[in-house]
Write a protein that binds this ligand. Structure first.
Ligand code: PMP
Length: 437
């Protein structure tokens, strides 16, 4: 599809913004080509500045559970804007949104913030303040926002035992900060046990994606989250479950609803974002009442925000959550199941090695001949050239996939049969393109 307007805007963007984008993965760096500048979204569809239309399988990287411009969300937002956009005082919608979150999850208290990054950053500060300890454990391939201490990768010792302290993955993060982070291979109980055996009395918290989606979808092995919760409990560390991506998306209760609610454990702290903001900057962290009581102004751990609990953002989030009924989740699950199965079928028919992995309605396809992807090392082994060809073939046929092989695909309840059919029609040729790459 021709895209001269996107080309022109991208040139203008690069003259004023590093890489021409305000968040790196938007730049198509992994797949090449010009990122499309979107002008509008409606339901399952995005329209770019050249007038091309795409079925959206990114959904703003998760938030748009109900699709774009859902009329009732738009009405709630419009009404909120008309009343004024920010007061810097408490508002009733904040309380209602918090109540909605408490009603769906095991958290006992919640604090609203403006981004997932802020949520995890604050949860970690709170865990450190509560425990009086400094070390944080995370898993390679899990993303928790651009928090200094969480932009660490494993030191080389990880290859042998998996208990080295982390090194920063980006200039600008002090080594002293990354060195407070222990990075372990995901789904590896022995590595977790070894880390806690060596450093247990210095670990403030273990933070994990409740079900990782940021290395592609790599679900926890059965009982893994329960094991993490129990290990933390034994060592007096807090278990922080990051549900920024999965929260209110994979089920009404998020990943916890598929996991802890069934197995009978609860995280000490949880983080949320994306869906709960309804497409606006709203996120949250919450958890045990005694831990949350440490937070200012009730307790000594400082945390604040001029736009936290913003009335427009909370109106969008509240409307979205109230509309996210069991029928909505059933539809999203159905759409995701159909697209995932048909994509795998097309790749099999074209002879392209791949693994389809799903966690509820989040799924991704790894272009690999590994039998399963259980950690970042396996995910990293995939054929990104095949993905690139697949991605562009889909884009040319009006399907907007995440522009990276290491991302989940997201659907919405607005993906109707016409939108799904456009995806299914594009798959065989895209699979052939991947085979030829
Ligand atoms: N945690 C997880 C699991 C995420 O997926 C993300 C964003 N993709 C974040 C935290 C950071 O959220 P934000 O981009 O809103 O800062």
């Amino acid at each position: 599809m021709p895209h001269p307007e996107s080309d022109a805007w991208f040139a203008r963007a690069r003259a004023v913004t590093p890489g021409g984008v305000n968040s790196p993965v938007r730049a198509f760096a992994a797949v090449g080509g010009t990122p499309r500048f979107m002008a509008s979204g409606q339901g399952a569809w995005l329209r770019d500045v050249d007038g091309n239309e795409y079925v959206d399988l990114v959904c703003s990287w998760g938030p748009m559970l109900l699709g774009h411009a859902h009329p009732e969300v738009v009405a709630a937002v419009t009404a909120a804007v008309a009343r004024g956009t920010s007061y810097g005082t408490p508002t009733t919608t904040e309380v209602e949104l918090a109540e909605e979150i408490l009603g769906r999850t095991p958290v006992e208290r919640v604090r609203l913030v403006s981004s997932g990054t802020e949520a995890t950053m604050s949860a970690i500060r709170l865990a450190r303040g509560f425990t009086g300890r400094d070390l944080v454990v995370k898993f390679a391939g899990c993303y928790h926002g651009h928090v200094d201490s969480l932009l660490a990768s494993a030191g080389s010792g990880l290859a042998t035992l998996g208990i080295s302290l982390g090194v920063s993955t980006t200039p600008g993060v002090p080594e002293s900060s990354a060195a407070q982070t222990i990075v372990l291979p995901y789904n590896d109980r022995a590595a977790v046990e070894a880390a806690f055996a060596e450093h247990g009395d210095r670990i403030a918290c273990l933070v994990t994606e409740a079900s990782p989606g940021n290395m592609g979808v790599v679900p926890p092995a059965a009982g893994f989250n329960a094991f993490l919760a129990e290990t933390c409990r034994r060592h007096g560390a807090l278990f922080v479950s990051d549900e920024v991506m999965t929260g209110f998306r994979v089920s009404r209760q998020g990943q916890w609803g598929l996991d802890g609610a069934v197995e009978g454990w609860t995280p000490d702290l949880m983080t949320f974002g994306k869906v709960m903001g309804g497409g606006f900057p709203a996120a949250a962290f919450g958890g045990r009442a005694d831990v949350m009581a440490m937070l200012s102004p009730e307790g000594p751990v400082y945390q604040a925000g001029t736009l936290s609990g913003n009335p427009v953002a909370t109106a969008a989030g509240l409307a979205t959550l109230r509309l996210a009924t069991d029928e909505v989740y059933a539809r999203v699950d159905e759409v995701a199941g159909t697209i995932a199965a048909e994509a795998a079928k097309a790749l099999t028919a074209a002879g392209v090695p791949h693994v389809l992995q799903a966690n509820g309605n989040m799924f991704s396809i790894f272009f690999t001949d590994a039998p399963a992807v259980t950690d970042y090392a396996t995910a990293a082994g995939q054929d990104t050239g095949a993905f690139k060809a697949f991605f562009h073939a889909m884009l040319d046929r009006g399907v907007y996939l995440p522009p990276s092989a290491f991302e989940a695909w997201f659907c919405s309840s607005a993906h109707d049969d016409r939108a799904v059919q456009q995806v299914l029609d594009a798959l065989p040729a895209a699979a052939e393109a991947a085979a030829a790459a």
